[in-house]
Design a protein around this ligand. Sequence first.
Ligand SMILES: Nc1nc2c(ncn2[C@@H]2O[C@H](COP(=O)(O)OP(=O)(O)OP(=O)(O)O)[C@@H](O)[C@H]2O)c(=O)[nH]1
Ligand SMILES: [Mg+2]
Ligand SMILES: [Zn+2]
Length: 357
Amino acid sequence: MQNLSNLESIGFSDWFESRVDGEMISIHDVARVVSVHKDSYTVTKGGEEIFAELSGNLLYSTESASDLPTTGDWVYADFFDDDTHAIIYGVLPRKTLLKRKAAGKLVDFQLIAANIDVAFIIQSLNENFNLRRLERYLVMVNEVGIEPVILLSKCDLMASEAVDEIKQKVIDVAPHATVVAFSNLDKENIGSIIGLLKRGYSYCLLGSSGVGKTTLLNSIIGNQKFETRTVSKVQSKGKHTTTSRQLVRLESGAMIIDTPGMRELGSMSVDDGLDKTFSEIVELSHRCKFTNCSHINEKGCAILAAIDAGELTAERYQNYLKMKKESEFNEMSYLEKRKRDKVFGKMVKEVLKNKKR
Ligand SMILES: Nc1nc2c(ncn2[C@@H]2O[C@H](COP(=O)(O)OP(=O)(O)OP(=O)(O)O)[C@@H](O)[C@H]2O)c(=O)[nH]1
Ligand SMILES: [Mg+2]
Ligand SMILES: [Zn+2]
C-alpha cells in the first residue's frame, strides 16, 4: 500500500487521511489533480506530472459536474507503465471547493479549484479598485471556508499616501484579513508576498482580468513562465489572458493556482459567507428593538442608527442587502430546478417502464 505521508509535501494532511475510504485505498493510490483538460487530467503523487483519464465507471455514474475531479482535488487512481499514465476511480472528500455559475446559465456550476486553503483576492489600485466588488469576493471565499488575503496591485502607479488611504478603506471592510499593497515591479514587495506562503498549503489567485494575477505568479516563481497580457492585448477587451487552471508547485513547498479573471461570482446561496463578511451587520441586527425588524424604517433599528452615526456606510449596507437578495434568489431557483429535474426523472422512468411492457 502507498505511504500517504509522501503526499504531505503536496498538501495531504490528517484532514484527508481521516476521510480516506478503506476499500478504495486498499486497491488504488491517492494522487492530486494538477490540471484539467478537455478529456484528460494530469495528476501527481509528489514527483512527475502524470497523464490521467477517468474510469468509465466514474464517468458514467456521475450525476453532476461537481462529482468530477477538478484542479486541486485528491483522487483515487491506478498507475501504469512505470507511472506514465493513470486511471482515476474516485474523488476524496473536499476540504473546500470554489465554483462559480457557468456563464449565462441560471444554476449550473463550473468548478474552479478544490482544497484551497488561502485565496489571494487581487484588485489593482489604479483602475479596478472597488470596495463593493471586494466584498463580493470575500463573501464567495468566506462561504466555502477559505481564508482570504487581500492584495492591492500596481502600487507603483500611485503616490504612497493614496495607497495608504485605500488600504485603510480595505482594512475597514475586512478587519480580519491580511491586506498587502504591492507592485510586481518591486522585488521587496514580492519577497513579502512570498513570505506569506506556507509549506504544504494551497493558494489561489482570484480577481478581475488584468489586475496582475499571472504577473504575480511569474514574479513569485522568478521567471516569465506563464502568459500575461501584453500591451497589444489591452485593446481586445473582455478577453482573458489566462484561460486554464493549473496547480503550480513553488520552491517554498506551497502550491498555487492562477485563475482566469471572473466576471460572475454567483453561488447557490451564500448565507455563511454573508454572515462572516458582514459580521458587524449581523451583530447590529441582534440589537434592534424589534426582533422582526426589517431595518428599513423602524424606530430603534440598530443598523439604521449605526448608519446615522457614521459607523456603517450606507453603501456597504446596500451591498449586503443586494447580495442577500441574490443569494435567496439563487437558492430558490436551485430548489426549483431540483424539483423540475425530479419530475423529469420520474417521467423518463415511466416511459422506460412502458416501453418494456
Ligand atoms: N504598473 C504595473 N503593471 C502591472 C503590475 N502587475 C501587472 N501589471 C500589468 O497588468 C497587465 C495584466 O497583467 P496579467 O498578469 O496578465 O493580469 P491577469 O490578472 O493575470 O489577467 P487575466 O489572466 O486576464 O485574468 C499586464 O500588462 C502587466 O504587465 C504592477 O504591479 N504594476
Ligand atoms: Mg492571467
Ligand atoms: Zn433593524
